[in-house]
Design a protein around this ligand. Structure first.
Ligand code: MN
Length: 319
């Protein structure tokens, strides 16, 4: 997915709330944004006050939404640097095309993970020949300094570890949880879990107390750590938790993410994660000039145009 052009100011993780070194229940509202041509999403990260949870620096929740022919996700070729895009497909299908030549349809229960590193471009498109339904989460993972200029890569994970516990079906998306380990290749200590119930359910799951964690309800309503949450809210849980109680009175779906506090300030602007405004400007100029990011084939959608660099220059150096 791609950040919409109206968000032209960089998000500086330095301006966000610090990691809280104890268990907390900090509830914040996602904002609505538009991805591609017409897909509304709930954007929970970067948010206020929370910019990051571990290395997770971006969280869009799209749908569930039924769309007509030609609708759904329609994001033309656009670039990324300094991050991994992590797509968790819950309902519907999306075709990924990237500048490394990968063409991958992602289906429900699957993950696409693209490591942008020094630079990659891709398009994400719902199948256009029929109406459809989309329900997905797309997250970005900031790459640590030693890895952020690595060569780009793409991986598709069709089968993820699943565990039933207390009436929830857990899918381990990233890292370790519930005794299972996901295959997704990440470059800092991270976890991500999807928990789905069909009816009333309740359980306690173990957490790594060194991680900070957060939860988002993706469907229905749920109680997490004693806090009631509904879709559109981000519940930040702080660190220092050895376990977490989750429950639902009816069918529900909860996304739980966590990671070691990132420890590096990042600048997030448009589709880029960097450390300085100069790096953001250089990536923008390279994209606009057709350099660095290769060519995406397999879609007729037009390239996205980077927002005006004036948004960057409004910020004082070092600000
Ligand atoms: Mn993208």
């Amino acid at each position: 997915m791609s950040r919409h052009e109206d968000e032209t100011l960089p998000s500086d993780s330095h301006d966000g709330a610090e990691c809280i070194s104890k268990p907390v229940l900090e509830l914040s509202q996602a904002r609505t944004s538009i991805v591609g041509e017409a897909l509304p999403v709930r954007r929970a990260l970067p948010g206020k006050p929370r910019r990051m949870v571990g290395a997770w620096c971006f969280l869009d929740h799209a749908g569930p939404l039924d769309y007509p022919i030609g609708g759904g996700l329609t994001v033309g070729p656009h670039p990324h640097i300094g991050l991994q895009t992590f797509t968790w497909m819950i309902e519907g299908e999306v075709d990924h095309h990237d500048s490394l030549g990968n063409h991958q349809r992602i289906r429900p229960g699957q993950v696409n993970l693209m490591s942008a590193g020094h630079g990659i471009s891709h398009a994400e498109v719902s199948p256009m020949d029929r109406p459809g339904r989309v329900h997905a989460a797309q997250l970005w993972i900031a790459l640590p300094d030693g890895e952020r200029n690595r060569p780009p890569s793409f991986h598709h994970y069709p089968d993820l570890p699943r565990v039933e516990q207390g009436g929830f079906l857990f899918t381990v998306l990233v890292g370790e949880a519930l005794g299972q380990t996901a295959e997704a290749e990440v470059f800092s200590p991270l976890m991500g879990v999807d928990a789905r119930s069909e009816s009333a359910a309740g359980t306690t799951m173990s957490l790594n107390p060194d991680f900070e964690h957060a939860a988002m309800c993706l469907q229905g309503e749920a109680d997490v750590g004693g806090q009631h949450i509904i879709p559109g809210e981000l519940l930040y849980l702080g660190t220092g938790r050895n376990e977490l109680e989750i429950s639902s009175d009816a069918a529900a779906r909860i996304l739980i993410i966590g990671g070691e506090p990132f420890g590096e300030d990042i600048l997030l602007w448009w589709n880029f994660v960097a450390r300085t405004q100069e790096e953001l400007a250089a990536a923008t100029e390279d994209w606009n000039a057709g350099r660095r990011f290769g060519q995406v084939t397999g879609t007729d959608l037009p390239h996205l145009v980077a927002p005006d660099l004036a948004g960057l220059r409004l910020r004082r150096p070092g600000g």
